[in-house]
Design a protein around this ligand. Structure first.
Ligand code: F6R
Ligand code: MG
Ligand code: MG
Length: 365
């Protein structure tokens, strides 16, 4: 059967500060989702959180970009915002950038990752959720999963993966997209996706049959960049096993933490720390950035799970290493490369400071 997996997320209020989600907000989303399931709109759902982000994971048969699903998700966030306002949670409704729903949740603040596919005999999916970072954070992990044989041995020794994968990459500055056939195009692709604040991997497809393997949320960066400067706290859905990377190959990139942008005030680089959902509580210097991964087996669209994939002890060392990296980055205080380059900072006093200092600048020879 054809099934659509929609993951739609928003920060509708933080507790305490931007460090966590309040149980009452999650409970309110559970209620909305339960109503939508009873009405027959959803086959199944799972509500969870990543730090201060509320995550709606839904299965249905209405396809991607469906107005009903998007409106119901928007209404869920509006109801969550009311609860958050009642508790005076921090930044209540911060991701709802529009006053009213207007047909498609894209460009209205929340992040969206959706894929429609024919459910296989066994259909394992992993939903990655991040806090305190931006959509480009998935670039390197997706490259490793679907194009790097040192991560994914299946590319070398599994016949059904050996032809490689197609990467769809968005240039969020020029509002253009391009596809790359990997492995043939990897050198060209890497010059672009190695700059993750501009070039972002949106989706990955199997090269032989065109089946979708992964999709990420890049809404804010790509669609509302002109009026919203901020970090996406993105999500990403990955299909696994068979013609796609095995679960262990999908998770492996996160065993070696990398530096991503988005820590403190969306203006700092920090290690991307893989954690269990309950440990997605960015506190130290509002971070460091977190990534959680929950796995499901789909069964006629039902979400069998979740399994909290980073709860595994094998990720303890990555967490330890990420903490050491955090110390190393914090040592730089307000200096780059901990602080982001001027044009990428979410917060800045640069215009005011330059205005104030204008008269004190003199030419030098
Ligand atoms: C980063 C983040 C936090 C806030 C910081 C200031 O994405 O959410 O680091 O930027 O706590 O928050 P406000 O401006 O809400 O006081
Ligand atoms: Mg927040
Ligand atoms: Mg957040």
């Amino acid at each position: 059967m054809k099934v659509t997996v929609s993951v739609i997320k928003a920060d509708v209020g933080g507790y305490v500060g931007h460090s966590e989600s309040h149980p009452d907000v999650i409970a309110s989303a559970e209620e909305s989702m339960s109503r939508a399931k009873k009405s027959g709109m959803l086959i199944d759902y799972h509500v969870t959180k990543c730090g201060d982000d509320l995550e709606l994971i839904m299965t249905h048969q209405l396809g991607t970009n469906n107005e009903k699903i998007h409106k119901m998700s928007w209404d869920t966030f509006v109801a969550g915002t009311e609860v958050a306002k009642g508790l005076k949670l921090h930044g209540a409704g911060q991701d709802l950038l529009a006053d009213a729903f207007s047909g498609n949740i894209r460009g209205m603040g929340p992040g969206v990752a959706e894929m429609e596919f024919e459910e296989r005999g066994s259909e394992p999916i992993i939903v990655f959720m991040a806090d305190k970072t931006s959509a480009g954070a998935w670039n390197m992990p997706l490259y490793k999963m679907f194009a790097d044989p040192f991560n994914t041995i299946g590319l070398v020794i599994a016949e059904n993966m050996h032809t490689g994968f197609i990467f769809e990459v968005y240039d969020v500055k020029e509002h253009k997209k391009i596809t790359f056939n990997c492995p043939d195009d990897i050198y060209d692709m890497l010059i672009l996706i190695g700059a993750p604040s501009r070039f972002v991997v949106k989706a990955v497809y199997h090269r032989e049959n065109g089946n979708i393997g992964a999709v990420s949320s890049i809404e804010r960066l790509a669609f509302i960049v002109d009026r919203y400067v901020g970090k996406d706290d993105p999500v990403c859905i990955v299909r696994s096993q068979g013609e796609f990377p095995a679960v262990g190959e999908v998770l492996e990139p996160f065993a070696s933490p990398i530096l991503v942008e988005g820590w403190m005030r969306g203006s700092h680089m920090g290690p991307f720390m893989p954690v269990a959902v309950e440990d997605s509580t960015p506190s130290r210097f509002d971070g460091p950035p977190r990534v959680s991964a929950i796995g499901f087996q789909l069964s006629e669209g039902k979400l069998i799970g979740p399994r909290d994939m980073f709860a595994d002890k094998a990720f303890d060392y990555a967490r330890y290493e990420a903490n050491l990296m955090a110390d190393m980055m914090r040592r730089h205080g307000p200096f780059e490369p901990h602080r982001l380059p001027l044009e990428q900072m979410e917060y800045t006093t640069m215009p005011q400071v330059m205005k104030k200092l204008k008269g004190r600048f003199v030419d030098f020879k």
